[in-house]
Design a protein around this ligand. Sequence first.
Ligand code: ATP
Length: 236
Amino acid sequence: MGNILEVRGLCVAYGKVEAVQDVNLAVPEGSIVTVIGPNGAGKTTTLAALMGLLPARGEIRFDGRPVRRGQVEQLVAQGLALVPESRDLFGEMSIEDNLSLGAYRRGRAEAKATLDEVYALFPRLLERRAQAAGTLSGGERQMLAVGRALMGRPKLLMLDEPSLGLAPLIVRDIFRIIVKLRSLGVSVLLVEQNARAALQVADHAYVLENGRVGLEGPAAELASDPRVIESYLGLS
Ligand code: ATP
């Protein structure tokens, strides 16, 4: 199988700040690829560029087609989804209405079938489906944000720091779902500061530092690389 996403020589600048410099990466179909790195490394900027939200140089191909700036609608229709770090939910609206928004491009019957699948993945959302999104716990919000992205039946799900602010047990739940998604055929690009958790679930990993890919390799290899252990995994 080929790569669902291919990125070559990606550069993004904010004025004089070169936030992303010459980044090359690929997501093979059906795999989990993680990009780890510290605050300010350029992870969020990379995702925004991949979604066509920022002016960028270089080549981005999603599912064989070039990604150009400002094509978000088209990319989503093509099967690309981004769950931003902010999770961007509609707080006054119920869980179910938030989920339905994720499928507004699709037919009613199809959306209903997908809703059932999302509830099967996240029984907690089903239990609380009438509850306002704004009253959910951090973990539930993250589940809802992922669930909403899945309502569009993406081929590639891009997640920006899904573990941010969540307790370890909840992080484990979220990452278990990510692994399950891979088994369901969804490819995943996982941006994380929680290198330990990300390297446990990913197939391949990239370390982003100061806008550049410092190291890359199979996730299991990076997890035992002394440089990664020292900088990102600590001694514990
Ligand atoms: P974090 O984990 O803290 O979100 P990150 O790896 O996602 O970090 P980015 O948010 O992509 O990093 O930021 C990369 C660099 O670009 C940083 O130096 C940041 O200050 C800068 N930057 C990000 N957004 C903007 C912006 N809108 N205007 C100017 N500079 C920005």
